[in-house]
Design a protein around this ligand. Structure first.
Ligand code: GDP
Ligand code: MG
Length: 175
């Protein structure tokens, strides 16, 4: 039988230099790009298979939110939000709460699909944020946490995007 394709609009948010573009590029190409224009914003269409069904993820890689000043247009366009911070940058961790609140304000509800991504696990010796703290924050926001390294790769990057996609589709059907 013909399977239905599910789709989602995923927005990648987080402070500058946490690795948003590196994570997206890793998902799309399987490669790590060291230097990426930090001001670049780009939209991608990712055709993939989630739980044996065809899926299309429309992914918007934002330039980054220094003080949590998100674009209202992105907040409304998206139906899932990947909130990324860097384990070696305490400020980027603090920014997650601010960004989450800004998306909630723009969407007039704190109840939206999101996952938290703690990136740069490969730089453990420089860590400013512990996994326990990240787990606690994710719990407060009602979101799943994924520990990632865009540099090393590994399954957790795809797992984060897939979980977000699943949650978007799940909520759409339960509306
Ligand atoms: P963005 O501003 O959030 O899009 O961040 P970028 O993807 O441009 O990455 C910012 C810097 O962090 C670049 O120099 C990347 O090479 C580096 N970077 C990104 N992810 C990782 C990672 O997982 N590990 C390490 N060691 N460096 C990373
Ligand atoms: Mg970027």
């Amino acid at each position: 039988h013909k399977k239905n394709t599910s789709d989602s609009r995923l927005v990648v948010l987080g402070a500058p230099a946490v690795g948003k573009s590196a994570l997206v590029v890793r998902l799309l190409t399987g490669r790590f790009i060291w230097e990426y224009d930090p001001t670049l914003e780009a939209a991608y269409r990712h055709h993939t298979t989630v739980d044996d069904d065809p899926a299309v993820m429309h992914i918007y890689d934002t330039a980054g939110q220094e003080e949590g000043e998100i674009s209202e247009a992105h907040a409304r366009w998206g139906d899932g939000f990947l909130l990324a911070f860097s384990l070696i940058d305490r400020r980027s961790f603090s920014a997650i709460s601010t960004i989450h609140a800004a998306v909630a304000a723009a969407r007039h509800t704190p109840n939206f699909s999101c996952v938290i991504v703690a990136n740069k696990t490969d730089l453990g010796h420089l860590a400013e944020v512990s996994e326990d703290e990240a787990t606690e924050l994710a719990g407060e926001l009602g979101a799943s946490l994924f520990m990632t390294s865009a540099c090393d790769g590994g399954p957790s990057i795809q797992a984060a995007f897939f979980e977000l996609h699943r949650d978007v589709v799940r909520r759409r059907w339960s509306r």
